[in-house]
Design a protein around this ligand. Structure first.
Ligand code: TYD
Length: 231
């Protein structure tokens, strides 16, 4: 489908966001080690029990093409690639992800939960790599229109704490995780600036709390921000 013209779709009404009005598109974001995946799983189980059909996905990834890009993005063998190259890779996988997975699932009325999406590009390539958030957002709007999530849940955490958690897991850091702590601090501050600028699109969760407190903040925040999800 032509994503750019999606707001003119004929069969399903499109909201001002540029995505189908059916379904719910939620995105989890944040610096490394914030524990997003555990809470995504728990939320997904809860929503399924309430009768929702839930599609879990992630970026980079979400399609076979996207998974190949994920390998390129995270592998140390890619080396020190240009910020513009990183952004182009992210846009390429997002195009496939939107067309082949996100939009069709929303048209079916599902809850789509993505582990990372546009705000990762804004935070990592825009702020972290200094391409600027304005440039990244302009290119997104040009290519994809206003295909924005209903809510972005930001798991905010001091990167130093995030990396100490990842260290405990004992796996080798990928190409981005291996960046200097200053890069990750820029990413975190970028996310916080974005959340301040677009407060109605973000729910900030303090990811430094215990897992149960984090989950309860998440559920309460969602009930308040998207009451229709709980009906
Ligand atoms: P991943 O292992 O999924 O990170 P996490 O488990 O912390 O979510 O790795 C995805 C990495 O890709 C992460 O470091 C952020 C980065 N990324 C970007 O730099 N730009 C993007 O647009 C996206 C979607 C991800």
């Amino acid at each position: 489908m032509n994503i750019r013209n999606s707001s003119g779709g004929k069969t399903v009404p499109f909201s001002p966001s540029g995505l189908p009005e059916k379904g719910f598109f939620l995105v989890f974001e944040g610096p490394e080690g914030g524990g997003k995946s555990t809470h995504i799983q728990r939320l997904s189980e809860c929503l399924k029990k309430m009768g929702h059909v839930v599609t879990l996905t992630r970026e980079p990834g979400g399609t076979p093409f996207g998974d190949k890009i994920r390998d390129l993005m995270l592998s140390h063998t890619s080396g020190n690639i240009e910020p513009q190259t990183e952004l182009s890779l992210m846009l390429a996988q997002r195009s496939e992800h939107l067309s082949k997975l996100i939009i069709p699932a929303l048209k079916r009325g599902e809850v789509v939960i993505s582990d990372r999406y546009l705000d990762s590009s804004l935070a990592y390539q825009g702020y972290g790599r200094s391409l600027t958030a304005e440039l990244v957002k302009d290119i997104h709007l040009l290519l994809f229109g206003k295909c924005l999530p209903k809510l972005t849940i930001l798991f905010d955490l001091d990167p130093a704490i995030g990396f100490s958690r990842l260290g405990i897991e004992g796996r080798n850091p990928d190409r981005l995780e291996s960046e200097k702590i200053q890069f990750h601090e820029k990413v975190r501050n970028g996310y916080l600036s974005l959340a301040k600028m677009e407060a109605n699109r973000f729910l900030i969760i303090d990811a430094s709390k215990s897992p149960d407190s984090v989950y309860s903040d998440l559920e309460n925040g969602l009930k308040f921000r998207i009451p229709e999800l709980w009906k």
